[in-house]
Write a protein that binds this ligand. Structure first.
Ligand code: IMP
Ligand code: MG
Length: 172
C-alpha cells in the first residue's frame, strides 16, 4: 500500500488543534460541556481536542453511517449508535472530522437540537466549502481544504488510513 501524499502535517495539525481548543474555551458559554464525537471519523481529532480544552467536561459519541464505504455522500444519515447520556440543558460541542456536503452535520444538529441542549456548537477539523449542498454553520473549523478526498488522522477510505498521523491524499 503506497503512503498518501501529505497535505497537512502532524505538526501543523497539532498547532491548529491547540488554537481551536483555546478558541472553543473562550467562546463557549461558561460551565460544563458535553463533547459529542461523531464515530468513527472524529475519534482521533476529538482525543487531541478535548485535552486542550481546560473545562469540566463529559465525552459522549454518536455512531453514524453516511456513506457506507463509498466516497460520495448518499445524503442518507443513519444513527448506528446513540448517545449514552442526556444532553438536555447541557452545553454541547459536536465534533466532526469533516464538513463536506454538510448533510451529516445538518442532520445531527437537528437531532441534537430536538433534545433541548442549553447550547449547541459545532467543530469540524476539516471543511470543503466548495462541496456544500446545504447551508450549515460550523462554528470552529480547523482547516478549509479544496475538493479533494483526504484520509488520515481519523478519516478513512474504505475504513483504511484512520491511523495515519497526518492528512493526505491517497494515491490511486
Ligand atoms: P457530508 O455529509 O457530505 O458532510 O459528509 C460527512 C462525512 O463524509 C464525514 O464525516 C466523513 O466521514 C465523510 N467524508 C467526506 N469527505 C471526506 C474525505 O475527503 N475523506 C474521508 N471522508 C470524507
Ligand atoms: Mg467516513
Amino acid at each position: 500500500m503506497q503512503a498518501p501524499i501529505e497535505l497537512i502535517s502532524a505538526a501543523t495539525i497539532a498547532a491548529r488543534v491547540a488554537e481551536l481548543g483555546k478558541q472553543i474555551d473562550q467562546q463557549l458559554p461558561p460551565g460544563p460541556v458535553t463533547v459529542v464525537g461523531v464515530l468513527r471519523g472524529a475519534f482521533v481529532f476529538m482525543a487531541d481536542l478535548v485535552r486542550v480544552i481546560p473545562r469540566t467536561m463529559t465525552c459522549d459519541f454518536l455512531g453514524v453511517r453516511s456513506y457506507g464505504d463509498a466516497t460520495v455522500s448518499s445524503g442518507v444519515v443513519e444513527i448506528t449508535s446513540d448517545l449514552g447520556t442526556s444532553i438536555t440543558d447541557r452545553h454541547v460541542l459536536l465534533v466532526e472530522d469533516i464538513a463536506d456536503t454538510g448533510l451529516t452535520l445538518k442532520y445531527l444538529m437537528d437531532v441534537l437540537t430536538a433534545r433541548g441542549p442549553a447550547s449547541l456548537h459545532t467543530c469540524a477539523l476539516l471543511s470543503k466549502p466548495s462541496r456544500r449542498a446545504i447551508a450549515v454553520t460550523v462554528d470552529f473549523v480547523g482547516f478549509e481544504i479544496p475538493d479533494e478526498f483526504v484520509v488520515g488522522y481519523g478519516l478513512d477510505a474504505g475504513q483504511l488510513y484512520r491511523n495515519l498521523p497526518y492528512i493526505g491524499v491517497p494515491k490511486l
